[in-house]
Design a protein around this ligand. Sequence first.
Ligand code: IMP
Length: 422
Amino acid sequence: MVDVLLGLQWGDEGKGKIADFITPQYDIVARFQGGPNAGHSLHFNGKKFVLNTIPSGIFRENCINIIGNGVVADPQRLNKEIENIANEGIDIKNNLLISKKTHLILPTHRVLDAANEASKGDKKIGSTLRGIGPTYMDKTGRNGLRMGDILTYDFESKYRELTNKHLKLIQNLSYTEFNLEEIEKPFFESLEFLRNFKFIDSEYYINNAIIQNKKILAEGAQGSLLDIDFGTYPFVTSSNTTAGGVCTGLGVPPKAINKVIGIFKAYCTRVGSGPFPTELNDELGEKIRQNGMEFGATTGRPRRTGWLDLPALNYAVMINGVSELVMMKSDVLSGIENINVCVSYKTGNENYEMLPFDIADSHITPVYENFRGWNENLSVLRNYSELPTSFKNYCNNISAKTKCPISIISVGPDREETIYCN
Ligand code: IMP
């Protein structure tokens, strides 16, 4: 049986915390897409850990963590991440399994990412520049190299062939800000390191685990509105961040999927360019950014902030078939007197609740419903019954409008700062 945990907004919803929180219920946690563009922050025992490629179950004893075929991995970053975790005394060699079909981010993929972005001028996506887009392009263009390839005798010649193709593209873009030798050296050193790890046919491993009634959690990265098909294209990432990505990114049959747990923040954030109908470009937006410490876990970039957008949330609930919601960062809205929630969009005299096809180009105005705020510090509360009435009213409204129950409310970054709703 496979449960899915994914983000319903533009990423950074707090999936890492919830994945870590619920992993005791699972035997296996598997990442199905994305790569080191993700930054899943986990807080416990007074420390903060940021995971980029490794699934969030890694700090739990006896939990197997799989990097799935749908992921793109940068050997250098993975190497560093493994070392950081091993320093905590975690048995990572036995608890981390890597799909042979995981695609490799080469140093020149990162250069291509930077070159592409530089060539777009003010149309740039605001990519994390981790080489994600170019690696997925090589995957779908049938040129890519995979983890399993690093175990083959002719890896270096395959590598050279692909890198030479990249160099031509980079030259065409007149991009010169890199030194190939300098970026290749640590790449090859990391491959040496990674060769000691376990590479598996993860689709077989996972399907065997399903037959053995193991409990599996498929962990998503980024968010539904950054999905390559359903996100705010072209301001998206290059993978399927939505539930369909679980099937293709792990080899899980659709009928094996049980619960889909959708994570969202009590408000919205977005990092990078692209449409954001409910964005707050004012003092309140700044207050939410500061209260919520809305700065990228991966890049440190300040995140754009705004009100909760229900048409967008409903869209994500629909695409993913969400069975339960988890609301994050509820504590951040404490002390705001009036809280807005976007319930529809308006262009001219027309009001609608669907996300427009051309959201990146259309001038839509959000239509808001107003809620009374709360002053209580939610982060010290642990039981649903202790929550202020106006906050419960906010939650009940979201639940009613999404037609989806909220099962967990997060009131702070720590494992302890979590409230079950039933
Ligand atoms: P890329 O995936 O690095 O190419 O970035 C494409 C877009 O997705 C940019 O706007 C990024 O800021 C955004 N993005 C990528 N990964 C994440 C994430 O994990 N959280 C939030 N935004 C992300």
